[in-house]
Structures are given as C-alpha cells and as structure tokens.
Design a protein around this ligand. Structure first.
Ligand code: FE2
Length: 406
C-alpha cells in the first residue's frame, strides 16, 4: 500500500480503504472478540466492591482492550496485524523513517450503555511536552515522528476531525466552543466515515472528537506508531507495552518486538551521551548528540524541550522521597502511565542523584523561559483546553543560546 506523506502533513490525516485485506476481516473479528472476552473476565475479577459485576467493562465510556495484555499464540494475529505492511509499513512511509514501532495496540469498544459524546480535544499537552507551535512546526517542516490509527472492524463514523487543525492553534471561536459546548459538532469538523476494514492514519495533534459513545457495536483497532531514524525526535517516544508479553508470541513476532526494544535502548544510549555532554559542558558533543536524535535542522530546539521534560522526570525519580514511594505514587509523581513507567525508571538508573540534579540545573534557563510563557499565556493549568494556549517557543532562545546558558 503506497501513500503520499504530504497528504498527512497537509490535512492531518489520510483515509485508506481495505487496510484489513477483506479476506482477513472475519478471521480478525473473531480473534479480537476472543481478546475482548478474556479482558472482560479480568475486568470482572478486578471490579471494585461497590462496582457492577462486569467492573470496568460496565462503567467505561469506551473500554479499551490492550492486545499485549491478553493475546497469546492462538491470538497472535491480533498483534501481527500491527506489524503488517498496511499498518506498520504505511506508518514508516508517512513518518519518512527507515524504522517504526507500535507504541500502543488496543481495541476501542462500545460501552454497555449509552455514554453520549466525548469532548473535542487534541491528544497532546503543550505544558507537559512542548509549546504547540513548536510541536506543529517541527512536524510540518520535517515529518511526523508519531502517528495514530483507527481501523474499525465494523462500519464506524464515531470519530470526527477538524481537517488541517494540526497546522495551527485553536481559533478564538474554537476555544469558546470547547468551553461552552465541547460535546457538540464544531464548525469545520467532519465525521470520518469508515467501512469495516478501512482505516484513518492521523496526527493526534489535530482537533478530534469521539462524537457518540453509544451502545451500538463498536470494535475499532486503535494503534500508535513511533519512528526510529526519521528526521525528528518523536513527541511520543515510549511504548505502552512491556516486552514480557512477547513470551506468549510466536518466535518471529517476539524477535520483531525485541528489535523494537533494542531500537529504543539504542536511542536511550544516545540520549544519555547527549546528557553527559551537557553535564561536561561539551558543546560539540551536545550538538552531535542532538543532530543524531533530531537530524532535521529546523526546529531542533523542540527536541531540546522534549529532552528537558525527560530530565525533569529523571530528576524527580532520583529524589529519595520519591524513590521510596509506592509504584502508583511514583507513576503519579512524573504524571506518566503505569504501562510506560518502566521505561522512565530504567532510564533514570543511568544517572546518580547528583548527576540528575546537575543536569536539571543546566536546563534551568530553558525551564524558566517556558515557565514565563506558561504564565503569560495559560490562564488555568487545570484546564486541558487552556493548556493548548501555550503556543510559543521561548523567543530568542535557540540551541546556541541554550548552550550559552550552561
Ligand atoms: Fe483523542
């Protein structure tokens, strides 16, 4: 399957027909339904004392079944579909990268009873990641480092998008709409009409909407992919799966995931080298590391901002008062997810507490500048929409200024 990467950069998405080859549809439906049944048993076992018998399956607006949690050799197809030319292969094409890996492999399911519309949103957080314009320009002038997919097993038009909204911040009218009628159709928004087996690949920076979480049967494969070796450092650069799940996979599939883990590990080596160059005030080493992580020359500073967040998390995890907390509290301390937390903790082991503190102080000028932008532009940090208002990268502060700030 051949796609034009420019189409995703222009519109924010590409709709593709028959991503699931028609001859495989029935088989995959059965396979994914087996995973749903297995997950339902787990959710029932995990139900809260005061919850319904089915637990999360009965309470969630959009229950999500993670394949890596429940797939085994008999249902390996569910995972192997994520490695198909039509999914992984197309993701590589649109990200203009020699390699890519699934970050997230899940099935979005209809709820047991109607939950109605969700809210319009972008799947990004400029405060926690990087100012919105920076994230957008980095993609537009280089390539996406991360893409998402929806591939319904049954006809599906729940998902709506605002085409081209990935290229710009929210308009005033959109901000008002999000606050006053966030669960209603938005001017410029359109439903994505997909037949069973079709797919949409998109950048999750785009404004989008789950228009109706009704009880009508919905089984839609939801995937994320990150690039390796593309022009940018991906804005999502961790996995929501743990390699242990591949012990239940056939050898060929297990090897592919081992390869993805190795690519991640290799990238962590480069990040560590880059951080050590910063610790040593080795400007040339830092420039080289940065150019390896983000070969595209434009908007390299966005990569530095992403790295600064990793430094913050690393430093937090090294603090003795955090290190002694429970797993759930440590996850919370760095605002991460239980599923990807191990990667951050593994990375933090590369540094001592003293190194992490010193590294953090080297980023201090950058943190302060971003903090100024947050105070200038974000009226309420508690509001998801207000956090999109952090749009501008620090003015007059590029890579060389960052180096000078050490
Ligand atoms: Fe979303």
């Amino acid at each position: 399957m051949q796609v034009n990467p420019q189409q995703l950069l222009d519109d924010g998405y590409i709709i593709l027909r028959e991503v699931i080859p028609p001859g495989q549809l029935d088989d995959l439906r059965n396979c994914y339904e087996t995973l749903v049944e297995r997950q339902k048993v787990i959710w029932a076992q995990e139900r809260k004392p005061d919850g319904p018998p089915g637990g999360y399956w009965e309470t969630a607006a959009q229950p999500r079944v993670f394949f890596d949690g429940v797939a085994d050799e008999t249902t390996a197809k569910a995972v192997e579909f994520c490695l198909h030319e039509n999914t992984l292969g197309v993701s590589r094409q649109v990200m203009q990268a020699p390699e890519a890996s699934p970050t997230l492999m899940a099935l979005m399911c209809s709820p047991v009873r109607d939950h109605g519309p969700a809210s319009w949103h972008r799947d990004i957080d400029p405060v926690g990641q990087a100012p919105l314009r920076g994230m957008q320009m980095d993609v537009l002038e280089n390539a996406p480092g991360y893409v998402q997919w929806n591939i319904p097993l049954y006809d599906d038009s729940v998902f709506w998008v605002v085409p081209k909204s990935h290229r710009r911040p929210n308009t005033e009218a959109e901000n008002r709409h999000l606050v006053t009628k966030g669960r209603e159709p938005i001017p410029g928004g359109m439903p994505v009409e997909l037949k069973a087996g079709d797919g949409i690949v998109y950048t999750h920076m785009m404004l989008h909407w789950g228009s109706n979480y009704s009880a009508k049967l919905r089984r839609t494969v939801h995937l994320g992919y990150r690039a390796f070796g593309g022009p940018v450092y991906p804005m999502v650069n961790h996995f929501y799966w743990h390699p242990d799940f591949t012990k239940r996979m056939p050898p060929g599939t297990r090897e592919q995931f081992a390869h993805f883990s190795q690519l991640h590990e290799d990238e962590c080596d480069v990040v560590e080298m880059t951080f050590r160059a910063i610790l040593d005030k080795n400007a040339e080493g830092f420039r080289n590391g940065l150019a390896t992580l983000h070969p595209g020359e434009a908007w390299r500073m966005v990569c530095v901002v992403y790295l600064s967040k990793l430094v913050q998390k690393t430093r937090t995890l090294k603090q003795p008062d955090v290190a002694s907390l429970s797993l759930a509290e440590r996850v919370d301390a760095i605002s991460e997810h239980q599923l990807n937390f191990y990667l951050f903790e593994d990375f933090s082991r590369r540094f001592s507490l003293e190194e992490a503190d010193l590294l953090w102080s080297r980023f201090r000028a950058l943190y302060d500048k971003i903090q100024e932008e947050i105070e200038r532009s974000v009226p309420n940090l508690e509001s998801r929409q207000a956090r999109y208002m952090l749009t501008d990268m620090p003015a007059n502060f590029d890579v060389e200024d960052f180096i000078a700030s050490w």
